[in-house]
Design a protein around this ligand. Sequence first.
Ligand SMILES: [Fe+2]
Length: 396
Amino acid sequence: MAIEVAALPLPPSADPSKFADFGREVKGVNPGTLTQEQFKEIERLLYKHSALLFRDVDLTPEQQYALTKAFDPASESYGHGNNKTESTKKSILHPDLKTIPRVPQVQLIGNGMVYDHEGLAEAKLKHPSHTTFHKTRVSPEDEEKGYTRFYRWHIDAALYDLSPPKVTTLYGITVPKGPAQVVRYDDGTGDELSVPLGTTAFVSGKTMFEILPPELKSLAVRSKVKYAPHPYVWMAPARANSTGLGIETEGLELPPEELPPWEESRQKTFPVLWKNPVTGDSHFEVHPCGAAELLVDPLPEGAKREGALYPDGAHITDLGEVRALLYKMQRPAIAPSLVYPHDWHERDLVLFHNRGVLHTVVGAFKPDQVRAFHQCNLAASDDPAGPTPEDVKKWA
Ligand SMILES: [Fe+2]
């Protein structure tokens, strides 16, 4: 049977014109047992469409690891390292991650108590909640009415020492049923988004770039982000803004001397725009929570200076300024009409191009709502490619 693709089911909130290329459901192929030829086609489809959905999938952890690794055969360790180091124990990511003993590159994530699962006698899982991460929270009364928030928009990446995974695979094994929730942005815009319970929400990094006005496109194509050392430890005491798209600047980040041992040579500096290996498109890929500094190149020769931001380049180290600039560039792309909130069914497998989208956990479960997912991503064997000199010329 040939590989067939169909559009993803979009919610009424989504603007279909902005999702023409985004996301496909793939049918007629078993993602756990792909031939080399089928894999090549899936790989091309993933980079072209950013997210692929397979329904009614049976997938062992071994198969999931093999599928994930096929996108980057030289990659080996889990995207955040081996989970055993001092830095990960203090990290804000630590409580969310449990490892499948047989296949430590595959993580068990979800909510509630899970028993006798793939060699784990029992695991207590906790769906991350905005109430422990955001500076402000939805009141318990409003939570009871079904209001919630995006938790944290991000790229799956250690952002220190390791390179961002190319692909993340998410396999829904146990999916609790429940009423839809309403994401409140709580940023003065009045924006709201109705979402399925426990959705994973995605936005396109390509769209994030495309909808920017020319002066911000020019800034984006000329900029690199330097991430903090051990960013998840660094940001642990700090609190996020109400859209989950970055951190409030209150000086709460850990000072360098209180971080686990680090070296500047292992800090990561990435271009703001990452080049898609198949389409050549530029995707705006910044993890706003971990960003510490912005390095802006001057305008190239011959570019129009009028109205340009930082025409002579800049090295911006003021955290508030860095975050304000990133927020200005990223917030438009998380507008309700640009978000794809996946409506999880049991045995859904979603592959997403981690270097082409941003995503977030959403919503809140009650302790008895059991959710079990397998997640796999692998620190890549290379860093993402940035804009070419032609891209800079085109957009700067
Ligand atoms: Fe993630």
